[in-house]
Design a protein around this ligand. Structure first.
Ligand code: SF4
Length: 330
């Protein structure tokens, strides 16, 4: 895909739903894509600010190569301004890091060396560094390594189409079901995110959804019901939904942490909507995957560890019905 297109004497960045129009020298809202001499240069290409080996369960992805390791990387910058961001020291950083150059080849080598079955573009919003992520992902596939995107769902439709055959799984944040909250407090657009979630589904990219439940911001029964109904009806009842507990961070320090009772209320609402796979995150509760047909335990977990994976070729060992997800590394 083209990452930008000319418009009069300016350039339009095509990487995310903001479609920033940039005059010579200007940076977009994310702070990392800049119009320089007739091209939109991705300023964080080759300049990751965070590199870690994480369990895949930490992304979180529960129906994607369980108990494997994901080589996780992020840069600075973001196209949102969420006041509760738990990675704000990266996402809201404006100065480019003074680090070594990490070529796509070097990233894939590190993933191989650390025995990772996937590379996760995570920590900050990967869409803003898609040119770098894509070059890494193409090389990773040649080495038999899969690619994961942990995203706020504000990609351009061009990027979502380009991801087909390159990005194997996404975890999309659905942060709210309020148009105003997305627009005023987060700097996004609910309608575009809902459309993008449907777009990922149409493009057959494996998807799990995460919602950080924030007291007073998105935890009313009504809002939770809207989110649950959207996932169940538009994406499918087998879509995993991760309900995560908020802890005070960044600018949102006056709110309390999410209680276990609130998470359990959200869980009940999700089950009422018909969702089969609902998980509670950031609290130490059991999060087993059960068969949607016979309720047999398929994957038993403790926090981010898999205690037992009973799947047989992705199917329930008792009733033999398949679990939706990706369980084969090949
Ligand atoms: S990635 Fe998004 S926010 Fe950044 S310059 Fe491009 S369109 Fe603007």
């Amino acid at each position: 895909m083209n990452y930008f297109t000319p418009k009069d004497d300016k350039l339009v960045c095509l990487l995310c739903g903001h479609y920033c129009t940039l005059k010579e020298g200007q940076k977009g809202l994310c702070g990392v894509n800049q119009n320089i001499a007739g091209t939109v240069k991705n300023m964080v290409y080759g300049r990751p600010s965070a590199l870690h080996v994480d369990p895949i369960e930490k992304k979180p992805l529960y129906h994607f190569l369980p108990s494997s390791k994901a080589f996780s990387m992020g840069t600075i910058g973001c196209n949102f301004k969420c006041p509760f961001c738990q990675n704000w020291s990266l996402s809201q950083e404006k100065s480019l890091p003074d680090t070594d150059y990490f070529s796509p080849e070097r990233i894939v080598e590190l993933a191989k060396k650390n025995d990772c079955q996937s590379i996760a573009f995570t920590y900050n919003e990967p869409t803003i560094f898609y040119p770098y992520a894509k070059d890494i992902a193409l090389l990773a596939h040649r080495e038999g390594i899969k690619n994961i995107y942990v995203t706020n769902g504000f990609e351009s439709s061009e990027v979502i189409d380009d991801m087909v055959g390159i990005i194997d799984a996404v975890n999309v944040d659905l942060k709210s079901f309020s148009h105003n909250y997305y627009q005023k407090e987060l700097g996004g657009n609910l309608e575009l995110i809902l459309e993008n979630i449907k777009h990922f589904k149409r493009n057959h990219i494996w998807m799990e959804i995460t919602t950080l439940i924030i007291p007073t911001k998105n935890d009313s029964d009504e809002e939770l019901r809207h989110m649950a109904a959207f996932i169940a009806q538009e994406i499918g009842r087998n879509t995993p939904w991760h309900l995560s507990a908020f802890h005070p961070d960044f600018k949102e320090t006056a709110l309390p942490s999410t209680s276990v009772q609130t998470l359990q209320r959200a869980y009940a609402i999700a089950k009422e909507a018909g969702l089969h796979h609902v998980y509670l995150g950031n609290v130490h509760l059991e999060n087993d995957t059960r068969c949607a047909t016979c309720n047999e335990i398929l994957i038993q977990r403790s926090h981010f560890s898999v205690i037992q994976n009973r799947l047989i070729k992705g199917c329930c060992p008792k009733c033999l019905n398949p679990l939706e997800g990706i369980f084969d590394a090949n």
